[in-house]
Design a protein around this ligand. Structure first.
Ligand code: NDP
Ligand code: PYC
Length: 342
């Protein structure tokens, strides 16, 4: 349920969401290829009712553009680094164009070698990972993506920000339009969702954050100003640390703590790297691909047998609704976008 339930909304078609996003981003100075790559992902977020990574992000994008830290037009440099490695240097621009340009080569390499990696370096990153995972499953490969962010999250047992909200996402290709995909922050909730609680004036559940003195709080603003907590205690903390390492030092890029230091109070989007792994089920399965795919389908069917839903099922239902009827975005968020003046 949305934290803005029962509040005034504005109706928009999917095309209007894209046009609004593109207008704001180009108006703020982003080049057309970058603006359209970002607008596509914001539109997908709004369409799938992922409010924390939909239109709500536009004011933050404008703040990032105006920070002076980001390149507004750098063309990503894609390098065929080895039989199993693609490197994409985003050159201090947003990550999304670099991903779009490099993803086909990543999938091709996975199909040639079995498993391949895409390393994106030097990128500003604000987006949900599932749109990237869905692009890869659409190319017939399984995929795993992860990225640091800013050091807003205390490690298990700690009280101060050290780790990022560090999302991890996985996708498995399936027959039909709906792959198996999960995508979650390793903090108890995405920071975007915590901020939406603050805007809506709603309390947060215990366990999401601590205040600036390290005391448990149900006040979203206090937790945003203090520290967020990991999901699953020490388990989320360890998974988040793995992401810091795998999408940080392993790929020669910044940790969340280093990204925060780079930001130096500008309040721009995090700047770091991203690691995306792709796996070819045919090559790795080593046997009859159709039999292996059917065994995966049997696993998914067993969820339905006990009325358990698969991750992304809510998104796919929201997508169908939005494509038919458009979206309703909270007026308070829409007004913030209009106030940007583009
Ligand atoms: P959620 O906790 O809302 O959802 C996490 C995943 O769990 C989704 O795939 C969701 O599917 C699934 N899920 C939720 N409830 C159930 C259920 N009852 N049964 C089965 N599956 C379920 O997400 P988060 O708040 O953790 O993250 C939100 C987004 O924020 C992510 O897309 C992430 O990429 C993004 N993010 C980006 C960051 C960045 O640095 N770029 C940092 C942190 C987060 P469904 O959507 O269908 O509900
Ligand atoms: O919601 O945690 C978040 C987030 C961080 C960077 C982009 N989104």
């Amino acid at each position: 349920m949305s934290v803005f339930e029962a509040q005034e909304t504005v109706a928009l078609s999917i095309d209007e969401v894209f046009a609004l996003s593109r207008r704001v981003l180009t108006g703020a100075g982003l080049s057309v290829p970058h603006a359209e790559a970002v607008a596509r992902v914001i539109t997908a977020g709004e369409r799938d009712e992922c409010a924390s990574h939909g239109l709500y992000r536009l004011p933050g994008c404008v703040m990032t553009i105006r920070s002076g830290k980001m390149s507004l037009d750098a063309e990503p440099v894609i390098t065929d680094a080895s039989p199993a490695l693609v490197r994409a240097d985003a050159r201090h621009a947003y990550s999304l164009l670099a991903f779009e340009r490099a993803a086909p080569l990543l999938a091709q390499k996975a199909k040639e070698v079995g498993v391949a990696a895409l390393v994106i370096n030097n990128c500003f990153h604000f987006s949900a990972l599932w749109p990237e995972i869905e692009q890869l499953t659409g190319m017939g490969v399984a995929a795993l993506a992860m990225t640091p962010s800013h050091s807003w999250v205390a490690p298990a047992g700690g009280k101060r920000g050290l780790l990022g909200t560090n999302p991890i996402a996985f996708g498995w290709p399936r027959p039909g339009p709906h792959p198996y995909v999960f995508d979650f922050a390793t903090s108890a909730i995405a920071r975007g969702d915590m901020a939406l609680h603050d805007i809506a004036g709603k309390p947060i559940p215990e366990g999401w954050g601590v205040d600036a003195e390290g005391r448990p709080t149900t006040n979203a603003r206090a937790a945003l100003d203090g520290a967020m907590l990991t999901f699953g205690g020490h388990k989320g903390s360890a998974l988040s640390t793995m992401i810091e390492l795998m999408a940080g030092p392993l790929i020669g890029d910044l940790t969340s703590r280093e990204s925060m230091a780079f930001d130096d109070g500008a309040k721009a989007a995090p700047m770091h790297g991203e690691l995306i792994l792709a796996f070819d089920p045919d090559l790795m399965g080593g046997g009859d691909a159709a039999v292996n795919a059917a065994r995966a389908e049997a696993l998914f069917a067993a969820f339905a047998d006990q009325d358990a839903r698969l991750p992304s099922h809510r998104r796919y239902e929201a997508r169908a609704r939005s494509l038919a009827d458009g979206v309703r975005t909270p007026k308070v968020l829409y007004d913030q976008i209009v106030a940007l003046g583009f």
